[in-house]
Design a protein around this ligand. Structure first.
Ligand code: MN
Length: 290
């Protein structure tokens, strides 16, 4: 069975002691297998305490981050690209130290609205930095994921096809496509086709509604998405991601334009999401066999 995950920001806005305990305990209590820990500020994570906490609750950790405009491997400016690579290496070390085997997200560019299109030089910088990062990741058995996000959050990878092209350019075999249904709903004309074209390169999936609130209350065609994932034999993590102004991460919430209160009860939201995913995923797998 696919590991079911939940983003830490469903429960808490930081990875400080109280917040991480609340997030990990909440995820474990609801039966999630995995918690995704945001690493936009890697030095804010106490790795030893995190390892202990995850062990104590019997769940695994994965990490994710987005770069910023001062530290961006897709910048044509060498100093900015270098700072981006340093940030990624720091995040990778934390990922290793907490015993996680996956680091994904917008690790290929800044997370935010660019004033213009990506440049050829920036793309080359990105590909060579990812190639080096993948080598380092491999030594620790870590897989990297490039999350295709909407046009307001990156100018480099907005679709699964674009993620596949960058991965192919790196030549690395431990970089996967990270799909997110919220972003796909904006950018992919053909949800099923996008998933099928990624095929075995798809290694991590975020399940998010069109407004990033309760699953099933927006416009994302989840039955179609789950059926396509079943057809490609997807066996990777399925992680619920949702954001509300009720829980704020000073680094992440503003970058994601989380302005509205879409929910206030983390436990109810995460419980409903897990049930929704389990029902839809089981139905899709049955459908794809028949
Ligand atoms: Mn996502």
């Amino acid at each position: 069975m696919n590991p079911l995950g939940v983003h830490a920001l469903v429960f808490a806005g930081s990875w400080g002691k109280k917040d991480r305990e609340r997030a990990v305990a909440g995820a474990a209590r609801l039966g999630y297998d995995l918690i995704e820990i945001p690493l936009l500020d890697p030095k804010a994570v106490d790795a030893a305490a995190t390892v202990k906490l995850l062990e104590q609750h019997g769940i695994k950790g994965a990490t994710s981050l987005g770069l910023n405009f001062k530290a961006d491997i897709s910048s044509p400016v060498p100093t900015i690209a270098k700072r981006g690579e340093a940030l990624l290496n720091h995040a990778l070390a934390v990922t290793r130290d907490i015993g996680a085997t996956y680091m994904g997200g917008v690790i290929y560019s800044a997370l935010g609205k660019y004033p213009g299109p990506a440049t050829a030089k920036g793309r080359r910088n990105c590909v060579s930095a990812l190639r080096r990062l993948a080598k380092t990741a491999k030594q620790s058995g870590i897989t990297l994921g490039l999350e295709a996000v909407n046009r307001y959050e990156s100018n480099l990878i907005n679709t699964g096809d674009q993620a596949c092209a960058i991965i192919a350019a790196t030549g690395a075999d431990n970089i996967v496509v990270h799909l997110d249904t919220y972003h796909m709903n904006i950018e992919e004309g053909d949800l099923a086709g996008a998933i099928e074209r990624c095929g075995s390169k798809c290694g991590y999936v975020h399940i998010g509604e069109s407004h990033r609130g309760y699953l099933g209350t927006g416009t994302v065609d989840f039955p179609k998405i789950f059926r396509a994932l079943a057809r490609i034999g997807y066996g990777g993590p399925i992680t619920f991601e949702s954001f509300s102004s009720a829980v704020v991460d000073p680094n992440l919430s503003n970058a994601l334009a989380v302005w509205r209160n879409l929910w206030s009860d983390s436990d109810d939201l995460a419980d409903a999401a897990k049930r929704y995913i389990e029902v839809e995923w089981a139905a899709a797998r049955q459908n794809s066999q028949g």
